[in-house]
Design a protein around this ligand. Sequence first.
Ligand code: UTP
Length: 297
Amino acid sequence: MRKKLTKAIFPVAGMGTRFLPATKAIPKEIMTLVDRPLIQYAIDEAREAGIKEFIFVTSRGKSALEDYFDHAPQLEQELRKKGKDDLLRILKSTNMDSGAIAYIRQHRALGLGHAVHCARRLIANEPFAVILPDDVIDGEQGCLKQMLDVYEETGGCMVAAMEVPQEKTSSYGVLDVADDMGSLVSVKGMVEKPKAEDAPSNLAVIGRYILTPDVLRNLNRQDAGAGGEIQLTDAIAKQIGTEKGVYGYRFRGQRYDCGSKSGFLQATVAFGLARDDLRDDLLSYLDEIAVSRKAAE
Ligand code: UTP
């Protein structure tokens, strides 16, 4: 029987240079969409998929992340005393069980593949998920849970995939599709950041993966790839043609690239509009801006 997926790696050791100067002092993953840090969205998605062990690959300057996951008994007590039950409930929903979180250091930012490799001893010989918290996916069902339901049938390696405009393919890992079955595709090739004219399709890999431990062994032997970084895509591609194979999964939901400024701003507006307590104010403000921009044209 296939081993249950209970472990997820959250690689958060990148430098987040696109958000400088903010990321000089704040980890990108602590930046908030409305009132929840990016990392909380990722954790909630993992929990929904049944993940029990949360492995963070961190680096210098990320201690705010560890603090965020600490329990806050004093704050809880204060809220209880003041009868602020709603806030207390929100605060408690972020608590993590003792022993459920592990932190591993990536000493040099050598790439996503290297970050995942740093967690190899905690994964040992089990399938595992990788979640990139800067890809925030809003949907009725979490992306990882959707993937898990299909993975239970397919096994092997699975990456989340979405269609992107051809000219944007050079920013992504791109799938060469063997068989397109609708939401599921089997993969015969993967290229990291190809030139747009060389991209084998416009189906791009985004930050959710279910991987077999073979990928860790591939990373063991791997040299730097595109951009001089140790690429996760290359290690997954080595599994193509093996018995278990590699699949892409077209998830249902809206993905926001919160690693980029414009993606982050779009997500902020979308999550603001989704909130009953903020929608009306935000909408009338957006209408106001639209009208005054039109008038100025
Ligand atoms: P990005 O490519 O977005 O890099 O990494 P970054 O450093 O976070 O941000 P920019 O490009 O400088 O603005 C994608 C994911 O891989 C992790 C990042 O933390 C992010 O979650 N990563 C990347 C690592 O953990 N280690 C690395 O060496 C590189």
